[in-house]
Design a protein around this ligand. Structure first.
Ligand code: PNS
Length: 169
């Protein structure tokens, strides 16, 4: 049984993430979408871990071999505890490669039996990042082609609530 993990912050999950998850589900018997903590992004978080998990759960419903989980510590510990041998990461551009290679090598030094597999992002999603989706949506830009409809709904509601809270403050 070949088991892979697609890790990320998923704040929120985008069509780019879902493209990588769908393609990973074709390559492996079992795929776990794992919501982890990226320390450098913690202050910009828009959704709770539970909310991000709910959105992913809805998005992966069509795939019989994909599940979602959260983890708090090291990704390699999560892999070892769950019998996962492959970490799958999407690469959008050369600029992603430097950081992703560094992480892959650090993860490999922590858990030599866990491999990182890079999957090239589909060209139509090469510019897509959750952080940009949040920024564009904050300023009223149209992100409806970039996230699933149920994510768009939550994003719009969360940003409106934040705006109302800021105006009331
Ligand atoms: O979507 P992101 O923010 O690029 O995801 C990054 C994530 C959460 C996969 C990464 O920060 C991670 O693996 N965090 C868990 C802690 C960990 O293992 N850190 C060491 C990485 S070398």
């Amino acid at each position: 049984m070949r088991k892979a993990v697609c890790p990320g912050s998923f704040d929120p999950v985008t069509n780019g993430h879902l493209d990588i998850i769908a393609r990973t589900s074709d390559l492996f018997d079992e795929v776990v979408v794992a919501i982890g903590v990226n320390k450098s992004k913690a202050s910009a978080r828009l959704f709770t871990a539970e909310e991000r998990m709910e959105m992913i759960r809805e998005a992966i419903a069509p795939y019989g071999n994909v599940t979602v989980a959260g983890f708090e510590g090291l990704l390699t510990t999560f892999c070892e505890q769950n019998g996962i041998k492959a970490i799958v990461k999407g690469l959008r551009a050369v600029s992603d490669f430097d950081y992703e290679l560094q992480m892959a090598q650090m993860n490999s030094s922590l858990a030599p039996t866990v491999e990182t597999v890079f999957v090239p992002t589909s060209p139509e999603y090469s510019f897509l990042a959750s952080s940009l989706v949040k920024e564009v949506a904050t300023f009223g830009g149209d992100v409806s082609a970039l996230v699933p409809p149920f994510v768009l709904e939550r994003l719009t509601a969360r940003l409106a609530a934040r705006r109302a809270a800021a105006e009331g403050a």
